[in-house]
Write a protein that binds this ligand. Structure first.
Ligand SMILES: *Cc1c(COP(=O)(O)O)cnc(C)c1O
Length: 455
């Protein structure tokens, strides 16, 4: 059967996934459990309940159920912006003169501009179902805060966002989008929490950090009646919700009998990558198929490629549970890289275990190379990519060029997680030749991981 693959492979509404896929069910070595920071014992559902919604705690701790039904209300919301297209990058292939077949799964077709809405709507749904008044969270670059504010307004929940101060000031338009959706946005560190006050006293003039904003959001959630904290990446539950990306990708490929050779995604906390690879990794874990899976991270924040696999704090205030992950240390201050969504010091514990067991590889790339790849992509494929997503583009292009040398007709798919309209300052720096490639020294990383908790 000679089929021509269309530019965009769409699924019909009735072909969209009805369940999320929980990768952990097929892992022989399960991800290490979250530990209580005081006792160093595995966190129980009771201990997690004051912080997270009940149903999400269940999902977080469930290492065994392979398929978890997506509630009807969430599926209805998904239908407003999903299925997302799986695009064949014909124009990029032509430009690169490569025999490789390149596909990308585009998650930027919604107002939040990223894949984060897939989990935001799920988390808001469970909060509403539990009868909560609202949720708190942190946001760095702003995509997660935007996605969550959209989800909360849909379900009529209050949404309190702690936004890393430097982003709050540099990305006023992101902040306003959140306010359109009714969220209250506070620059972090702030005077509204004890940890915020302490940070401001200890480091006057600080720009803030994701780790600190997390601590503030958790403090407010646990001290305000009817509120819980929600997180946009890293956690098992978030990877579970993001599996919708991979399930759709696989269903679209299956329609045309295509099996990718290589799957590439950018990795900040690991949620989009974990979601994209989920059903493929499942096949790999069960010994049914093999795929080359590559995580791409910034050279300025190289958790996988230069981090230590150990228990660490998830936040600066050290109030969150400990997670075992590839980490640069919770005190690591990444240089001002423009891919804000990739600046977290740690990595999903699920992906960390898979990486430790050799099921996937990782590469780090320099930011100027990333922006060059972003532009090369934008000029032929039309879409203006987010800096985060462009890490995956960079490696996809590198691999397609290798195929040009070897003549291999590999099928490559990468996650195009979002659009970059709010990142024009970064593009400006790149155009004006002012962008720097900051690479932390071995000493810097060693000093930071020296502060890891003794577990
Ligand atoms: C947040 C974000 C990322 C990184 O987060 P992960 O949890 O690693 O997926 C990547 N791309 C975009 C556009 C983002 O907003």
């Amino acid at each position: 059967m000679a089929t021509t693959i269309p530019y965009k492979i769409y699924l019909e509404e009735n072909e969209m996934p009805k369940s999320w896929y929980n990768l952990r069910a097929d892992m022989k070595n399960k991800p290490a459990p979250l530990l209580n920071p005081g006792t160093h014992q595995p966190m129980t559902a009771e201990e997690l309940a004051p912080v997270f919604c009940e149903e999400l705690v269940k999902q977080e701790l469930d290492n065994d159920t392979a398929f978890i039904e997506i509630p009807e209300e969430i599926r209805s919301f998904y239908k407003m912006y999903r299925p997302s297209p799986l695009v064949r990058a014909y124009c990029l292939e032509e430009k690169l003169q490569t025999p490789a077949k390149i596909y990308y799964k585009f998650e930027g077709n919604n107002t939040s501009g990223s894949h984060k809405l897939n989990s935001a709507i799920a988390q808001a749904y469970y909060a509403k179902k539990q009868g909560l008044k609202g949720v708190t969270t942190e946001t760095g670059a702003g995509q997660w805060g935007t996605a969550l504010s959209m989800a909360c307004s849909y379900f009529g929940l209050d949404c309190k966002v702690y936004m890393v101060k430097v982003s709050y000031e540099q990305k006023p338009f992101r902040r306003e989008v959140m306010r359109v959706y009714g969220a209250s946005v506070t620059p972090s560190p702030s005077e509204t929490t004890n940890i915020g006050k302490k940070m401001l006293a200890d480091f006057p003039g600080t720009n803030g950090s994701l780790g600190c904003a997390i601590s503030e959001a958790v403090e407010v959630a646990t001290s305000t009646e009817g509120y819980r904290y929600v997180l946009g990446s890293v956690l098992n539950q978030v990877l579970l919700h993001q599996s919708v990306i991979g399930l759709e990708t696989k269903a679209a490929f299956d329609k045309y009998g295509i099996k990718p050779d290589m799957i590439i995604g950018c990795a900040g906390g690991g949620s989009n990558l974990g979601g994209l690879i989920a059903p493929f990794m499942g096949e790999k874990l069960r010994g049914e198929a093999d795929y080359e899976i590559i995580a791409v991270e910034p050279r300025s924040c190289p958790s996988f490629t230069r981090g230590t696999y150990a228990y660490d704090f998830c936040d600066t205030g050290m109030v969150c549970p400990l997670a075992k992950m590839y980490t640069l240390g919770s005190g690591f201050m990444p240089a001002p890289n423009h891919a804000g969504g990739l600046r977290y010091h740690g990595m999903s514990s699920t992906l960390s275990q898979l990486y430790a067991d050799g099921y996937m590889t990782a590469r780090s790339v320099a930011q100027t190379d990333v922006f060059a790849a972003a532009e090369e992509f934008a000029r032929v494929e039309g879409i203006l990519p987010a800096p985060e997503s462009s890490h995956a583009i960079k490696v996809a292009i590198d691999e397609a060029k290798k195929c040009r040398e070897t003549g291999e007709e590999k099928t490559i798919v990468f996650g195009l997680t979002g659009t970059g309209y709010f990142d024009m300052y970064a593009y400006e720096q790149f155009h004006d030749g002012k962008m720097e490639d900051y690479i932390p020294s071995d000493e810097e990383i060693a000093a930071s991981v020296a502060g890891l908790p003794q577990v």
